[in-house]
Design a protein around this ligand. Structure first.
Ligand SMILES: O=C(O)CCC(=O)C(=O)O
Ligand SMILES: [Fe+2]
Length: 333
């Protein structure tokens, strides 16, 4: 197997060649699937290379995303995020708070309140009844935005299905076990922009981050990052470890619903985005794209066969996927 993408403080995140699963013979498929599952069971994170999404298209999507965030604020607010049920549209950055307080209690208050320095735009599947995507007007630079994003959405949707097949093969259950749970594509494509920020913002307030620590909610997240860095994953010992960008890879992490579905045999690991490791007075903007994969909203999620020996070992009640996700979203927005 490859050298791990990350190996520090007990956190080992494997780097896996996904073409070996997609195109390999039975033995190679199985070996690769087991490595993928093992990564999710131990780190909760893996890096995949040689995925079917082509590097030049990925770059085009990143360029297209940057064009959206360059729109004037009013234009972005016209397509604002509305409700957890829709979970689509633009979210503005929290206003920056830079203070010179000295009282520790006050500092703690501000620290915990320090808003993430980020803005995002979320896109859902186009054909979900009652929840149209609020697309920006396509003029000038933005011509082709919708078709690019919908194309990327569909390619990520297909990759989700393949990664779930790898998990199934790794678990030794039917390779297509998850297909009917993930075929609808109730997923969310989130474009992320972390604006340029002075390094001193992080120095003045040690609690300041670009994105606060959290776990994701769904089945898996496909996380495409640029080369800036700053993503960190919590090790089993509780330290945040850099998940350094590796060109043309996608970081894939398991979400809470997959952890629950797997009867906690798969981990949903805490991660965050902090000041980039490279020393600079002003950090340039960072762009990333998170594709949040979910089981179909209509799916009923209960322990996957093989993740428990006796009924009494099932840790959770079954739950409706859509209901679970809306509850989680409602708590954060
Ligand atoms: O921007 C990143 O690298 C991480 C984003 C993330 O974890 C999220 O949006 O859930
Ligand atoms: Fe996340």
């Amino acid at each position: 197997m490859e050298k791990a993408a990350v190996n520090e403080d007990g956190l080992v995140i494997p780097l896996i060649d996904f073409s070996k699963f997609l195109e390999g013979d039975e033995a190679l498929k199985l070996e690769t699937a087991k490595a993928i599952l093992h990564g999710f069971q131990t780190a909760g994170f893996i890096y995949l290379k040689n995925i079917p999404i082509q590097p030049d298209f990925r770059e085009h999507v990143f360029n297209t995303s940057a064009k959206f965030f360059k729109l004037p604020k009013e234009k972005k607010l016209e397509v604002g995020w509305t409700t957890p049920e829709a979970n689509r549209g633009y979210s503005a950055p929290g206003r920056e708070k830079v203070t010179q307080l000295t009282d520790p209690a006050e500092i703690e208050k501000i620290r915990s309140a320090a808003p993430d320095i980020k803005e995002s735009y979320e896109i859902g599947r186009e054909d979900e009844p009652g929840h149209p995507n609020p697309w920006p007007v396509e003029q000038d630079e933005l011509v082709g935005f919708k078709s690019t994003m919908n194309n990327f959405f569909d390619q990520c949707k297909a990759l989700h299905i393949e990664v779930m097949r790898a998990i199934a093969v790794g678990m030794g259950i039917d390779a297509n076990y998850f297909d009917s749970f993930v075929d609808v594509g109730d997923n969310i494509l989130r474009l992320l922009h972390y604006p340029a920020v002075k390094s001193e913002v992080f120095k003045i307030n040690p609690g300041q981050v670009r994105a606060g620590e959290h776990t994701d909610y769904g089945s898996i997240t496909l996380l495409f990052q640029d080369s800036r860095g700053g993503l960190q994953v919590k090790s089993p010992n509780g330290q945040f470890i850099d998940a350094t960008p590796i060109e043309n890879t996608v970081v894939v992490n398991a979400g809470d619903l997959l952890a629950r579905w797997s009867n906690d045999t798969i981990k949903s690991t805490v991660h965050r985005v902090v000041e980039p490791p490279k020393q600079e007075d002003v950090h340039p903007p960072r762009y990333s794209i998170a594709y949040f994969c979910n089981p179909n909203h209509k799916s009923f999620i209960e322990a996957i066969p093989g993740t428990y020996a006796a009924e009494s070992e099932k840790k959770y009640e079954g739950i409706n996927s859509g209901k679970y996700l809306v509850q989680r979203l409602a708590a954060t927005y």
